[in-house]
Design a protein around this ligand. Structure first.
Ligand SMILES: NC(=O)c1ccc[n+]([C@@H]2O[C@H](COP(=O)([O-])OP(=O)(O)OC[C@H]3O[C@@H](n4cnc5c(N)ncnc54)[C@H](O)[C@@H]3O)[C@@H](O)[C@H]2O)c1
Length: 247
């Protein structure tokens, strides 16, 4: 039987696109009320795109540390105290390491790492008070292996896994679990842009299952970790890569 999220409130960052959007759909289908957060104003359309009622869209730039508290306050006031947080907002700016500018380095860290930290901190505060929470951070295979032209991205995602370890041990006794997911290339706008053409075809060949991941496969794992049945799992980093990082 599939986990139901009836009565649960899920805050999902980056929900206007890709993995975030697919997770929002997946959890809403199973009864969750979703608060979607994104820089992109199309997030206002999210409530009408999801099954069920009571969803809410918030436009925020999560590179601003103040945004996280604003998001959680608005979520509590409009939909309810969050039970689930999925940190999916992120970007991949690819450059040879010698060409990475301070601006592109900083932007990558600000959204992929700091945005994930401040959202986890703000949600963690209300979850710890409530004695229940499920936080899932999108890391990447780039967190565990090196990838050409991914200096800023790999650094930001490895740090997300480190952050996940620390928060898991600080919050475990109060009913709040936090885990990371590290997919290989996922066929979303971000994944398709970073791995277009011949480079992508070669990358697929190097993956033992012979293909990239689909957003629905990532959403299914997130849904498991977001459910009551996953209470014993915290501080883990789940690699979802068709065997790639083990070869
Ligand atoms: N697609 C992949 O191949 C892949 C693989 C491994 C990990 N990931 C990670 O999964 C997450 C989602 O990736 P995706 O493929 O769905 O990407 P995507 O580009 O489809 O969606 C990312 C969303 O984040 C939003 N966003 C970006 N910067 C933001 C900001 N400053 N404030 C608020 N929102 C912001 C974007 O507007 C977009 O809607 C990212 O963290 C990414 O690093 C993706």
């Amino acid at each position: 039987m599939q986990t139901t999220f009836s009565g649960k409130v899920a805050v999902i960052t980056g929900a206007a696109s890709g993995i975030g959007f697919t997770v929002a759909h997946h959890l809403a289908e199973r009864g969750a009320r979703v608060v979607g957060v994104d820089l992109n104003e199309s997030i206002y359309d999210l409530p009408s795109q999801l099954p069920g009622d009571g969803h809410h869209g918030i436009v925020k730039d999560l590179t601003d540390p103040a945004s996280a508290t604003d998001v959680i306050t608005e979520a509590v006031e409009t939909v309810g105290t969050p039970h689930i947080l999925v940190n999916s907002a992120g970007l991949a700016l690819l450059d040879p390491a010698v060409d990475v500018t301070p601006e592109r380095w900083q932007l990558t860290i600000d959204i992929n790492l700091s945005g994930t930290f401040y959202m986890s901190q703000a949600a963690g505060r209300v979850m710890l008070d409530a004695g229940y929470g499920r936080i899932i951070n999108l890391a990447s295979q780039a967190a565990v292996i090196g990838l050409d032209q991914h200096a800023a991205y790999c650094a930001s995602k490895a740090a997300v896994v480190g952050l996940t370890h620390v928060l898991s041990l600080e919050w475990a006794r109060q009913g709040v679990t936090i885990n990371a997911i590290s997919p290989t290339v996922v066929e979303t706008p971000l994944g398709k842009a970073a791995w277009a053409g011949e480079k992508g075809e070669k990358a697929k060949e190097a993956i033992p299952v012979g293909r990239f991941a689909q957003p629905e496969e990532v959403a299914a794992l997130i849904a498991f970790l977001a459910g009551d049945d996953a209470a014993m799992i915290t501080g883990s980093n789940y690699v979802l890569d068709g065997g790639f990082t083990t070869v």
